[in-house]
Design a binder for this molecule. Structure first.
Ligand code: PMV
Length: 332
């Protein structure tokens, strides 16, 4: 008798330009980052799906339509149910419905705008598919993870599961797909984490509400953001880093106009710019979470220092060219 485990990992992301506007079908540009979520799955013989997240401090059993929490009380259901939905998406590709243990260990901070949930869904789908020897294309992995993301927030654009599946840098448009972008120069970002956690669902709803209240004012802002994303994609491709910085600054102005920024984020953004960043903006849903500052290599230390002085946690991030990937472990 031997046990087989399958471990898969998938990267988190930053949105370089275009968050929120992408929900309304404008293009956006995202970059996979060198922080990953790891998911290990193995078979269990009681037919239950047991999910344990080390980072979210939640675990529990799904069986026969019911849920029994182990850690985190009944709130664990909200956290773990979308992961179970990701598993069920894989079951659609097979007639083997089996019991599973799903163990999640992620390096990506939660609720910080770094795509932590999407990377967990993507890695879960890949890990379970591999365990059950189901061949899924990257497109299948993306679609399955996207279904799970819809459970978490009502109207996702799909950019998070797309970048986490494919890696690298992509220009993405909801409903149309994406184009990979090869950058002529490397992109160095300092991430500033405000430490404030918020829900993507609430922020997306807040921005949508403002858009519905002032369509004549906000529609042109959305279109401007779409033009901006296309120019940013070209600037990345051509290695025009200073231009990218300028576009990120304009993008931040638009995000502020639609209600996605906050005092704490603005403080980190201005601290980065003062310390020499070429551009700085919030990343992800905003309201809290992280900012990204585009910097020349020589300015990394100074920008990180000023972010810390302004109350944030700073770290340097790089592009992760590898999207979802799998590794096997056989235990006797
Ligand atoms: O904060 P995050 O990592 O959940 O990113 C959300 C990005 C949005 O554009 C605000 C929503 C979406 O689905 O594209």
């Amino acid at each position: 008798m031997f046990t087989v485990e399958a471990t898969a990992s998938a990267p988190g992301k930053v949105i370089l330009v275009g968050e929120h506007f992408v929900v309304e079908n404008e293009p956006a540009v995202a970059m996979a980052i060198n922080r990953r979520a790891y998911v290990t799955s193995s078979l269990r013989d009681d037919g239950a799906i047991y999910i344990k997240s080390l980072n979210l401090k939640a675990s529990g059993f799904f069986k026969g339509g019911g849920f029994k929490p182990e850690v985190g009380g009944f709130e664990a259901f909200e956290t773990l149910n979308p992961i179970k939905v990701a598993v069920e998406q894989v079951f659609k590709f097979t007639d083997k419905i089996v019991g599973l243990n799903i163990l999640i260990d992620s390096q990506i901070p939660v609720g910080a705008g770094l795509g932590s949930s999407a990377s967990i869904f993507v890695a879960t789908v890949k890990s379970v598919a591999d365990l059950l020897k189901i061949k899924l294309s990257k497109g299948d992995v993306f679609k399955a993870a996207f279904e799970a993301e819809k459970v978490v927030h009502g109207k996702p654009s799909g950019i998070d599961p797309a970048i986490s599946t494919y890696g690298g840098i992509i220009a993405f448009r909801r409903g149309e797909g994406f184009i990979p972008i090869k950058s002529k120069s490397s992109i160095t970002l300092v991430l500033g984490d405000s430490g404030i956690r918020r829900s993507t669902r609430d922020l997306v709803q807040k921005v949508q509400k403002l858009k519905n209240s002032y369509p004549n004012i906000l529609n042109p802002i959305y279109h401007a953001a779409g033009h901006l994303a296309i120019q940013a994609a070209q600037a990345i491709r051509d290695g025009e880093i200073e231009k990218l910085g300028e576009l990120m600054n304009i993008n931040q102005g638009l995000l502020r106009a639609v209600g996605a920024s906050s005092q704490e984020l603005e403080n980190l953004i201005y601290a980065s710019l003062k310390a020499g960043a070429l551009g700085a903006k919030l990343t992800g849903a905003g309201g809290g979470g992280c900012i990204i500052a585009l910097v020349k290599a020589k300015d990394v230390k100074n920008v990180a220092k000023e972010i810390r002085k302004a109350g944030g946690r700073a770290m340097t991030i790089r592009e992760a060219s590898k999207g979802v990937s799998v590794s096997y472990r056989k235990l006797n």
